[in-house]
Design a protein around this ligand. Structure first.
Ligand code: ADP
Length: 628
């Protein structure tokens, strides 16, 4: 059979396809007739016999599948080649079973079409049995291809489902994992069952438009209902296919709940930062590291710049509120320092404002990325007032230190210089005593005795005053020592009075402390000697212990002495304050003032709790430097 004699009927509803295909086939030597639909094809076949019919499956009016049996009935010798726009294996197999010779997928290559037609004509010539062989061959090929596609679909990480007439016809494992139902539970159930009620109208509308041949956005976000009642955010991609010879929806579902949650969290965190940015008391500005212009700022920064609104600052050089001679230097220092050396930097500047007035600003710069650009977030504070207060405070502290030093110097010099005339007076009184021994009357002897006592007392007072002034004058560096050994040293210094009074002193295991060793010995010694001195009739019992507080060791020295009335508890730490006459309990009233000064030098505090006629407990703290 020569090409010129072979006749081909091209049945397609698209005129352009018919024309192109016919022209090519005619060029190849075939005789071509065209039919625009199934009915026209049937009419043509009833009057004329064709070697080959190229039959489009999807056409308005009767489809290719519908007219195929009638064409074959009318002209069994004719090879019918089905043309389909969609890969739909089921329809293809159906057509082959109905007697079609082969099929070709649109859009097809004209050379491929030529080959299929050539093959069809050859077969037609050689054997009429070939039809069934070809069916088997194509069925196998289709089966193989279907297996391949099924494998891909079954393993897909997206949910894939086929929905026909709103009924789920197929669901892959992933789609059932997304909504919690097994594929068996899903198949043959209405798809709307799984769609969030608020979304249903939207989905149905899209579905209808697709069926009508319109092409609404095929990818969209929607919500499904999980078997456990949860709402799942998904992205759907739906497209029309042919399934078992009829249109159906191929739906690809992607679970985007995590993506949504992350996006929501990001949005929330951005919102929080925005609120923070806007509500902070600081003036904040984001500066482009290259252009040095403001990319973003808050109202406080706009206020600092004396701008009416944020918009007046954005896009401008920041620090315009500063004097032109100063601002570039400051900006460069803040930005370049951060870009070159570190992530974050705090800098204080003493500078001038535009009007020439002095200003202190504190700038904290942090390197960030803003809209993909390297930028520096600068937090600026006008600290002029704080600096003024700081300055005043510093001045006051210096003044205080100076006057304190003056006072100490005075106490030292006064007590030191007082010793000399006192010593002279003491010497002459002693001379009087010796030279006029037995020559003076009792009154004169008494008077001399009073003078000797007073001088002795004066010596004691001067000694204690000197001791007091030495607390700062001869302070030694701190070392870490065992406080048990300090107590033992104090006890050994007081041995005579301990023996005389028959005192019992006990101590717990005491901690190591960091202190001026000799000064702390003096504290223990003063407190122990007071506990012995201010005893009642019975022998003194004194106990020393320590306990840990948050940041210090708290020592206590407890006695069973005469106690102190509550109204005197604070007074006794003031210099020269005494509660008893010299004849009752001798002393100068300086001992506790010295203890207070020493403890305060160590950063601690001292106080007493007491019950008259029962005893007193003196407490003091020494900040802990980590030693136990
Ligand atoms: P002095 O011991 O030389 O009088 P202090 O400064 O050591 O001076 O003590 C001041 C006063 O505090 C004492 O005069 C005394 O009245 C009271 N005092 C100190 N320690 C005790 C104590 N353990 N028991 C009772 N009273 C005390």
């Amino acid at each position: 059979m020569s090409k010129a004699k072979a006749s081909i009927l091209v049945v397609d509803d698209e005129e352009q396809i018919r024309t192109i295909v016919s022209r090519r086939l005619q060029e190849d030597g075939y005789t071509c007739v065209q039919a625009p639909n199934g009915s026209a094809a049937l009419n043509t076949v009833s009057t004329q016999t064709f070697d080959v019919v190229l039959l489009d499956i999807k056409m308005p009016g009767p489809s290719g599948i519908e007219v195929l049996p009638q064409i074959i009935a009318q002209s069994p010798e004719t090879c019918v080649i089905m043309a389909t726009a969609i890969v739909d294996t089921q329809t293809a197999i159906e057509a082959m079973k109905l007697g079609a010779y082969d099929y070709i997928t649109k859009p097809f290559d004209l050379d491929d079409l030529g080959m299929i037609i050539e093959k069809a004509l050859l077969r037609k010539r050689s054997s009429c049995d070939h039809g069934s062989d070809r069916v088997r061959e194509v069925e196998e090929a289709l089966q193989e291809s279907e297996d391949k596609y099924r494998e891909v679909v079954e393993r897909a990480s997206d949910g894939i489902a086929i929905v026909q007439d709103l009924i789920i016809k197929y669901a892959n494992p992933r789609s059932s994992a997304i909504i919690g139902y097994s594929p068996q539970e899903l198949i043959d159930t209405p798809m709307p069952n799984y769609i969030h009620p608020n979304e249903l109208q939207k989905i149905l509308k899209k579905y209808k438009r697709r069926l009508a041949g319109e092409n609404p956005d095929s990818i969209y976000e929607t919500k499904l209902i999980h078997k456990n009642g949860d709402i799942i955010d998904v992205e759907m991609n739906a497209g029309l296919i042919h399934y078992e010879g009829r249109p159906a929806d191929l739906v690809i579902v992607r679970d985007i709940s995590e993506r949504k949650k992350t996006a929501e969290a990001l949005k929330q965190s951005e919102q929080n930062y925005k609120t923070l940015f806007e509500s902070t008391l600081d003036s904040l500005v984001v500066v482009n590291a290259i252009t040095k212009k403001a990319m973003l700022c808050n109202q406080n920064f706009a206020n600092l710049c004396r701008a009416d609104s944020i918009d007046q600052v954005i896009g401008h050089h920041v620090f315009d509120f500063l004097h032109p001679d100063e601002r570039d230097h400051i900006l460069t220092t803040v930005i370049d320092d951060i870009l070159d050396n570190c992530q974050r930097k705090i800098l204080d500047f003493h500078t001038r404002k535009k009007d020439g007035n002095e200003i202190w600003i504190s700038a904290v710069g942090t390197r960030i990325k803003y809209h993909g650009e390297t930028a520096v977030l600068i937090s600026v504070r006008d600290i002029t007032e704080r600096k003024q207060v700081d300055g005043e405070l510093k001045h006051t502290v210096t003044e205080l230190e100076r006057s304190n030093a003056d006072l100490e110097q005075f106490a030292y010099i006064a007590s030191h210089d007082l010793q000399e005339p006192l010593r002279v007076a003491a010497n002459y009184i002693e001379l009087l005593q010796r030279r006029y021994k037995g020559k003076l009357d009792d009154d004169a002897n008494d008077f001399i005795g009073y003078a000797v006592n007073s001088i002795e007392r004066m010596f004691n007072l001067i000694d204690d005053l000197l001791e007091y002034s030495r607390v700062s004058r001869y302070a030694k560096p701190f070392t870490t020592v065992s406080s048990n050994s300090l107590v033992n040293q104090a006890i050994s210094n007081l041995k005579a009075s301990i023996d005389d009074s028959n005192a019992t002193i006990t101590q717990d295991k005491l901690p190591n402390v960091t202190c001026d060793e000799s000064q702390l010995i003096q504290v223990f010694q003063n407190l122990l000697s007071n506990a012995i001195k201010f005893r009642r009739k019975e022998s003194p019992h004194i106990h020393i212990s320590a306990e840990r507080t948050d940041s210090a060791w708290q020592f206590s020295i407890q006695d069973n002495g005469i106690g102190i009335k509550s109204e005197h508890l604070d007074r006794i730490f003031i210099m020269f304050k005494r509660l008893y006459k010299q004849e009752e309990y001798p002393g100068t009233g300086v001992g506790l003032a010295i203890c207070k000064k020493i403890i305060e030098r160590h950063g601690g505090r001292i106080w007493v709790e007491s019950e008259p006629d029962k005893g007193s407990t003196f407490y003091f703290t020494i900040p802990d430097k980590g030693n136990v």
